[in-house]
Design a binder for this molecule. Structure first.
Ligand SMILES: Cc1ncc(COP(=O)(O)O)c(C=O)c1O
Length: 442
């Protein structure tokens, strides 16, 4: 059992002198008891600077889908490195990696390379505006499309429970006027906006499975319903598959649900941990980047990360990868439910392939409003007890599995999870759902 993390604590204090909060993204600052520092990883395991080993369900907040130090991926990147970092000009991996994406993503005809999901969402929005000659877009409350001013809206309620306010200090408050918020899973809510006669909506953006707020699958027929509404109203449908792409299926949620969006945004699992993103989709929409739509980026199509894309897609194309994800995801979700039951703890567990979400205090979670009622503080206390027992899990309740995780890893984790639940209950009592009437303002 791990009691404390003295070297991590020391390094974190030192880092605070050079990085605000001692972290490279603010979200990492939410880690309890404090941000940890790591030496390296192998497969499903990470080792911290104090020498502790963890089964890793953070996986770099999602990208490390092949586990740490995957041999094929490492070899592909290492082979490229001596040839130079970037050319600012064409090279063969641009089309080879793009062809691999096009082969996987249903209906996609072109790819634009970018560096992060936040950037790729922005070019997707610009392309949709140019294609339709419209300005506004529909965003679902609780969905996350990166940290840009345009998209960081309606994600988490503020202290007054409002979702229709800027999400951060320093945000352009004018961004709000370009967005119409809809409720995830409620077709009428999207229809009311899209069928408004004077609507000026270029695109509907969705996470096709709401991974950022509860791992909530779309209700039956919902994505097809959105597709039909978009067709009826001349609006583009954009699937933000930054989490679901190459994870729920090789062709992401578009393949899993048999619905073809106009554009798909990809990142995270696309390159096994290397920084790259892409927009894939209709040729007539993406080719606008040759006809007046600016798409720029010094590092776009960088050969090192495209070597990573090619190697990652190759590894994910091995037979049995997605059935194993489903098997391990289900085993983990079932195991966590069993452990919670054993200690009489009310918590829902959602699962979509290799993504699992624990929702303390809730009997079930099918909506964003329900998600908000979960007991986050209890879960944060649980993550510390998990760390003590060698399990590294994200704050917020989401768990990612990689191809490197074995059934034995899952079983070990379930055992540790049960002990962590018991310890958390002993210290803080059981989780409590917030008093929530199922509605959120805005
Ligand atoms: C669905 C979704 N879209 C966009 C993003 C932003 O991607 P990035 O962090 O690479 O900018 C994320 C990040 O978690 C995401 O989950």
């Amino acid at each position: 059992m791990i009691d404390s993390w003295p070297t991590s604590a020391r390094l974190w204090h030192r880092t605070k002198a050079s990085l605000p909060g001692g972290v490279s993204t603010g979200m990492r600052g939410s880690m309890r008891p404090h941000p940890l520092f790591f030496r390296g990883g192998r497969g499903s395991t990470l080792t911290d600077v104090d020498g502790n080993n963890y089964l890793d369900y953070v996986l770099g907040w999602g990208p490390v889908i092949l586990g740490h130090g995957h041999p094929g991926l490492t070899e592909a990147v290492t082979r490229r490195l001596p040839l130079g970092a970037t050319f600012g000009a064409g090279h063969e991996l641009e089309y080879l990696a793009a062809e691999a994406v096009l082969e996987a993503v249903p209906g996609a005809e072109r790819v634009l390379w970018s560096n992060t999901g936040s950037e790729a969402d922005q070019i997707a929005l610009r392309l949709a505006r140019a294609a339709t000659g419209r300005n506004r877009f529909v965003k679902m409350t609780g969905h996350y499309h990166g940290w840009s001013d345009a998209f960081l809206l309606g994600y988490r309620p503020d202290a007054e429970g409002r979702l229709d306010k800027p999400a951060t200090k320093g945000q352009n408050s004018g961004a709000l006027s370009d967005v119409s918020m809809a409720t995830w899973g409620d077709l009428d809510s999207a229809a009311a906006i899209l069928r408004e006669p004077a609507q000026d909506i270029a695109a509907v953006f969705v996470e096709p499975v709401l991974c950022n707020s509860g791992v909530i699958a779309p209700p039956d027929g919902y994505l097809a319903g959105l597709r039909a509404l978009c067709d009826e109203t001349g609006t583009l449908l954009v699937f933000d598959e930054v989490i679901t792409g190459f994870r729920l299926a090789r062709g992401g949620a578009a393949e899993l649900y048999g619905v073809r969006p106009d554009l798909v945004v990809l990142a995270k699992a696309l390159a096994g941990g290397y920084p790259v993103a892409a927009v894939a989709g209709r040729a007539d929409v993406l080719d606008q980047s040759t006809r007046g739509v600016v798409h720029a980026g010094t590092y776009n199509g960088n050969p090192v990360v495209l070597a990573a894309v090619q190697a990652t897609i190759e590894a994910l194309s091995e037979p049995g990868v997605y059935p194993a994800f489903e098997d391990h995801g289900r085993r983990l979700a079932d195991g966590l439910r069993g452990a919670l039951d054993r200690y009489d703890v009310t918590a829902a567990v959602n699962q979509a392939g290799p993504v699992v979400q624990v929702l303390p205090g809730l009997d079930r979670c099918d909506t964003f409003a329900q998600f908000l009622a979960g007991d986050q503080e209890w879960y944060d206390a649980l993550t510390v007890e998990l760390l003590r027992r060698g399990v590294f899990a994200l704050p917020g309740g989401r768990w990612y599995l990689s191809t490197a995780h074995t059934r034995a890893d899952v079983d070990t984790t379930v055992q540790a999870f049960g002990e962590a639940v018991a310890a958390t209950v002993a210290v803080t009592g059981p989780p409590r759902a917030a008093l929530c009437d199922g509605s959120v303002a805005g």
